[in-house]
Design a binder for this molecule. Structure first.
Ligand SMILES: Nc1ncnc2c1ncn2[C@@H]1O[C@H](COP(=O)(O)OP(=O)(O)O)[C@@H](O)[C@H]1O
Ligand SMILES: [Mg+2]
Length: 313
């Protein structure tokens, strides 16, 4: 049984300019124990997908289950299996941190939860803020409480929607250490982020969402491999030969060309030389997830990673 299953999920919003398809036939499964990344540019539909998962929005078509429970027909069980860290900060400013977490525990029917609450507070670097009022906390501290709130009922599946957007490096490290530990203990994690280096470091598999559709889904290592092992970066004022233009990303004077291996790097350099392209500041580095992401979003990935599913290890 997958921890999360999305089956043909479509979401159509009725807007001023007619219907808008925010999700279009999204299907994939996340196995128990995975650390899974959902990446996509702003507006791709990540939050919409998570809202449907959380039961906060209804899919127009399709079905979603959490630990086998349908999020619509079996809402309470599905919701109980989930700990959701939302993208937006929403709080009652009058409660203290501990009160906020006790109320959330009560909502899930968990009593006498202070030992676990203390553990979560310590893990997130919030121990000395337990009695502070929510309105006294900085944005970064509020974000930590949001994470703690998602975890009070020890959900088997943890979902984080851009939890590190705009937060400082220290919180990002604290948060990832804590979430990685929970994942090692068997919790399934679904993360959306636009910090690609975080996804690369943490996620075993990654799905890329573009305009409501999954355009790539694979093990992180396979995605990195599919992008070409290396990336040539250089500056030039000259036009690239057509064969290279097709596989290059050009931003102003900076060109980036992916290459599969050392022989391919040599072939690219030979083509540049043959075309008389003058190259400055040449660097050859390993392709990273950002290169893969941009290539897929621009449709220039070589070879094109077809949307495919692979059974997780
Ligand atoms: N309640 C809504 N009504 C109408 N359109 C919406 C609503 N929520 C989101 N959208 C639109 O759906 C698309 C996907 O949004 P969202 O899921 O928030 O993307 P992401 O989280 O990937 O940035 C966007 O174009 C957004 O404007
Ligand atoms: Mg979002």
């Amino acid at each position: 049984m997958p921890a999360i299953s999305f089956q043909g999920v479509t979401k159509v919003y009725q807007g001023g300019q007619g219907p808008f398809r925010a999700l279009d036939g999204v299907s994939f499964d996340i196995a128990e124990g995975e650390f899974f990344g959902l990446l996509g540019p702003n507006g791709a539909g990540k939050t919409t997908l998570i809202s449907i998962l959380a039961g906060l929005a209804r899919a127009t078509e399709g079905r979603v289950t959490v630990m086998g429970h349908d999020v619509v027909s079996d809402f309470a069980q599905a919701r109980h299996a989930l700990g959701i860290v939302p993208q937006e900060l929403v709080f009652d400013p009058f409660f203290s941190v501990r009160e906020t977490l006790r109320i959330q525990s009560g909502y899930f029917g968990v009593r006498h939860n202070d030992d676990w609450i203390d553990e979560v507070l310590a893990g997130l670097g919030l121990a000395d803020k337990a009695n502070a009022n929510m309105r006294q906390l900085s944005g970064g501290m509020k974000r930590r409480v949001l994470v703690a709130q998602a975890l009070v009922h020890r959900p088997p599946v943890i979902v984080l929607d851009e939890p590190t957007a705009g937060v400082d490096v220290e919180l990002r490290q604290t948060l990832w250490q804590f979430v990685a530990r929970l994942n090692q203990q068997g919790h399934t994690v679904l993360l959306t982020t636009h910090y690609l280096e975080e996804a690369e470091a943490l996620c075993g598999r990654i799905a890329m969402l573009k305009r409501g559709q999954i355009v790539a889904l694979d093990r992180t290592s396979n995605l990195l491999h599919a992008a070409g092992g290396s990336m040539l970066r250089f500056k030039t004022d000259d036009a690239l030969p057509p064969a290279l233009q097709a596989r290059a990303r050009v931003t102003g004077r900076i060109a980036q060309v992916s290459a599969r291996d050392a022989a391919d790097v040599e072939a690219v350099l030979a083509q540049l030389r043959a075309a008389g392209v003058r190259v400055e500041d040449l660097e050859i580095g390993r392709a990273d997830l950002e290169d893969v992401f941009l290539a897929i979003m621009q449709g220039t990935a070589t070879p094109a990673p077809a949307p495919r599913q692979e059974v997780p290890a």
